[in-house]
Design a binder for this molecule. Structure first.
Ligand SMILES: [Cu+2]
Length: 317
């Protein structure tokens, strides 16, 4: 790693583990150094102006202002560098990611189904075919809504929280969501994509290092967003086959896949969402009676009384 690249590490970027990640890292390095130079340049100019044009030295205002062209040239070069970054590097790199998908037969295709507050993964199993999914089959024991009557789905593998992939093989993840907008973010793979209800959004990457990486939700999706994390385990091909075999055996014997992760403390169970102001004249939610019976029906007061769970309140939450 060159010393120029240290800025990414300094700013907390985990090491790259994907085949295309170095291109993203180069853009980030350049942007960080460029922004650093701009910051120092503008700060120095600001301090210079404060001293040079202080009131004691410059009692009257100069209504003509700057006469030299240097500021125009400086502004123009900044705009030019930014345009080259955007048009020359960022957009072509993005276009490559969204237009040049690896052929489906070479890649591992996985369906990622996001929900508050975990990621579910659906793999086709030994027959290589995804079973049909439908929202009407979704339950606690069937988090992705697999159709129990579809034979193609009998050997399918469904996991929650942890996904295994083999090293050096392209992975196509098709993102969707069961509830709100989430964002499937793999920082070490330098890839992220929104998971939007009603849409199927594919992203792809090729892991080049074995190990365990973090998966996080990068879209504020509710009170438990902070806990919406998972792991991506990049295996050697042998380890991956062993994991597949283990999951396939589990799929055969286990009637209920692991339950989605627990709802985090503070998340309301049923009833009213904290911060929701009921319309005037709406019936009171049943759980507000215990503590709120004597309270004034003014909406602002109801808002204060609404977060019923007895956990320490989070300011601004
Ligand atoms: Cu989320």
């Amino acid at each position: 790693m060159s010393s120029l690249a240290l800025i990414n590490e300094f700013l907390g970027q985990p090491p790259n583990a994907s085949s295309h990640g170095y291109q993203i890292d180069h853009i980030l390095e350049f942007c960080h150094w460029f922004m650093g130079a701009l910051f120092i340049g503008w700060s120095a100019f600001f301090i210079f102006v404060l001293i040079r044009f202080r009131k004691r030295r410059q009692p009257g205002a100069d209504h003509l202002g700057v006469r030299s062209g240097i500021s125009t040239h400086l502004e123009f070069s900044v705009v030019l560098i930014e345009a080259v970054l955007l048009l020359g590097f960022a957009i072509p790199l993005w276009a490559k990611r969204v237009n040049q998908f690896p052929p489906g037969k070479d890649a591992l295709v996985v369906h990622v189904v996001a929900q508050q507050f975990s990621f579910n993964y659906h793999l086709p199993g030994p027959d290589g075919q995804f079973g049909r999914r439908d929202a009407s089959f979704v339950s606690n024991s069937n988090p992705v809504g697999l159709d129990p009557n579809d034979p193609a789905g009998k050997d399918d593998i469904v996991t929650t929280g942890e996904l295994h992939v083999p090293v050096n093989r392209p992975v196509i993840a098709e993102l969707s969501s069961k509830d709100v907008i989430h964002d499937f973010f793999l920082p070490s793979m330098r890839i992220a994509g929104d998971a939007i209800p009603g849409s199927l959004i594919p992203i792809w990457f090729t892991p080049i290092k074995t190990g365990t990486d973090e998966v996080i939700c990068a879209q504020l999706c509710g009170l438990g967003h902070y806990g919406m994390k998972g792991t991506l385990v990049v295996d050697t091909p042998q380890d991956y086959q062993a994991w597949l075999k283990e999951r396939a055996e589990l799929a055969g014997t286990q009637t209920t896949p692991p339950a989605p992760t627990q709802r985090p403390p503070g998340e309301p169970i049923g009833g009213q969402t904290p911060g929701t102001i009921p319309p005037p004249g709406a019936p009171k939610p049943p759980n507000s009676d215990a503590q709120g019976a004597a309270a004034s029906p003014h909406p602002a007061q109801q808002l204060q009384n609404a977060p019923a769970p007895a956990v320490s309140p989070t300011p601004g939450g």
